[in-house]
Design a protein around this ligand. Sequence first.
Ligand code: SF4
Length: 287
Amino acid sequence: MHEVQAKSILSPKNGMNIYRGCTHGCIYCDSRSECYQMKHSFEDVEVKVNAPSLLSKALASKRRMCMIGTGSMCDPYLPIEKDLGLTRSCLEIIAHEGFGLSILTKSDLILRDIDLLRRINEKSRCIVQMTLTTADEDLCRIIEPGVCTTERRYEVLRKMHENGIPTIVWLSPILPWINDTPQNINGILSYCARSQVKGVLCFGMGLTLRAGNREYFYSQLDRSFPGLSDRYRQVYGNSYEVLSPSNASLMKLFRDTCHMYCMMSDTDEIFKFLNTFPDPQESFFWF
Ligand code: SF4
């Protein structure tokens, strides 16, 4: 890792990345793409050491309360967060100032901060989002080797629910000929239903590949799924969108199952939930 003094912390849409780069090792990671222009190796994580003071100033200058988002590009709960505590410091500021939070991670380290997540949720709204891609624990260790597996993430989701914190699951990405099966989609949605998540985000049964992440993904396929990268090249060429041949039937299964378990599956509805700072009446509506 290397430390930097950042110039700013909040994007125009109130998102923040305290870390740039990641050590979780997901084989399909889009954040490796060249378009993000990381000038360092992806595992040599850039640490914005002044993130808490920047956030403090940014929130003090806001005219209206809003939701603060983090985790959409790089995970806020990398192993280095255990010692650095920068995510925790930022949550303390959000809790103190009364802003809302939507936070996305794959790591069970988020349980360390459940006291702050509860505080934020009691004052405004805190939404915890977790990514689930496979119900097969062995496959999970191959495609997401550096972070806790699905079973443990399910326990995190349950724990959040027990503490009154609403959750959203990202069912993404789905990798053709690896996890694009009805059994897998049913398995993930079963985890979601049992942990009573509010909604499941899915943008199609596939993944995106572009310069930077495509090369890494294919090199990892060659290590763990010999011959499969050639199949991808033949079928998808240099396409950005890589949809499973079973996309249509799996999306129907996804929507029908979410409907059956009363989980939101409409992306617009879910993003509205994630981005809307609640007034007291809205809070009542959602719970
Ligand atoms: S957790 Fe996210 S940023 Fe980290 S390697 Fe996985 S996909 Fe990439």
